[in-house]
Structure formats: structure tokens, C-alpha cells
Design a protein around this ligand. Sequence first.
Ligand SMILES: [Zn+2]
Length: 282
Amino acid sequence: MILDCHVHINNYSDETKDATANTFEELQNTMRRNRIDAAMILTSYKVNPGRPSTKQVVRLTENLNHIYVVAGISYLNFHLDYLVELRDYLKDRTVRGLKLYPGYEPFYPNDEILHPVYELAEEFDVPVMIHTGDTYSPTGKIKYSHPIHVDDVAVDFPNVKFIICHLGNPWTRDTMEVVYKNENVYTDVSGLVLGNFTDRFEVFMRKQLQEMILYGVNPNHVLYGTDWPICTMETYLKFINELKLPLDDKKKIFWENGAKLFKLSRSDSQLNRGSMWDFLKT
Ligand SMILES: [Zn+2]
């Protein structure tokens, strides 16, 4: 079983064009082709024709039992009304997590304005995903997206589970410390490349991730995710599958850790292929 805990259906190439239906269909085809059982769609901090709102994505996914929504929250356009809307989605479990975008927007995760977000996450026991590391946009300010800032909120909100997205890349050592230190912090491996891994970068990154999992963090705290459509699902499956890790750890990373965090059950996956593990390498 494979859960991709980090995909988007934004039309990055032209934000003025509504491509929601197309990218959503392409997502489902790509999942089918790669035998991905379930996925979490993360909505953006911006809403425009190329970046559908949480409400739109909830509508798209409401009849599917293998694709769920993680609701993006804007710091710059933060309104408590939006949290009221999210409360309903959290209640009926169409939304399974919340996402913040420091770096893309200028704020630190511990900003007091956001405390109601963490309180909401605690109430419904859903994880808060936090963008960390590089921003694809040169206008992002990366001092805000350093993974060290997740430590602050993890300590202040010990009952909330946090996910450091993208391994904090390039600050993977710092991510290792924050995940190691805090029982309530996890990390996802998504978004390390645009398109496909190049051979050299793949070797470099694989070494870092392997060390992180073998010597630094609990493998129960690492989640599989891609950041599709920014990179291909094919390249990611290959990248993770070729890590030299015990098979049990890979199973946890590909499915179990994420399923636990987002409270998915096996029936939540449409494809349900018992033979999936044949594909795994040790
Ligand atoms: Zn992303």
C-alpha cells in the first residue's frame, strides 16, 4: 500500500487558467499508473483560477474514498471565518490536515495569529504540515522556512502533530534534530526535485536520507510524499525504493506512518492491491 501524503492540483504554469478539472484527472491517472493507493491534496495559501480553494477541492473529492484534502491556510489573508468553514470539513473528515506556507509568506510558525490554527488541529487531532526549506519562487524568504522554527510550536503545542515538509531541504540535519527531539514532529520526503532526480543529486540525497533514518530519526516519523506535479511519481518511487533500509521501515514510510497520522483505513484506498509489497526492495 502506498500513500502519497503531498500532492497539489495547482496549475503552476499559468495561474490565470482554471485547470482544476484537468490536473485532478491527471492526478488520478498518474496514481493509477503508478499504483498509488491514496493521496492527500494540499490546497494553496493563494486562491486564484490556477489554485483551487479548499472548498473546490473538497467538492472534487467528496465522492472518492482514496483522495483527501489538507487545507492550506494563508498567514497574510488569515480570517477566523475560514477556520469556521474548516471546522465543518474536519467534522465530516473530508479535510484531514492543515498546511502552512512560511517562506512563501513572511511569517514564523510560532506567530500568535496562528494559535487558533494549532488549537483547531488539536481539537480534531489532525496534523499540521509546514512548508520548510527552499521556496521555488525567488521572492520567497527562506529565513522563515527554516525547520528549526517548527521546534518552537512543537514544544508549545505538545498535543499537535507537525510535519516538516521536504525534509527541510537543504537543512536536513536541522530537521533530523527537530524530529529526533520532539515526539510530535514528523517529516515528509516530498519536493526534493523538479521533474526527475538527476543521478548525482539522487546519490547525494539518498545518502542523507538513509543516514537520517538509520542513525537520526525514528523511521515511524518519516512519510512518503512527492509534491506532484512538481516532480514525477515515477522518479520518487524509484528514489525511495532504492534506499538501503529494512523492508519494515519502507512499509512504514510508504503507508503505515501516514495512514496512522491521517487516520486512513485500508478500505480508504480504492485500488487495494495486496501484492503491492512485491515491488519493494530491501
Ligand atoms: Zn508542496
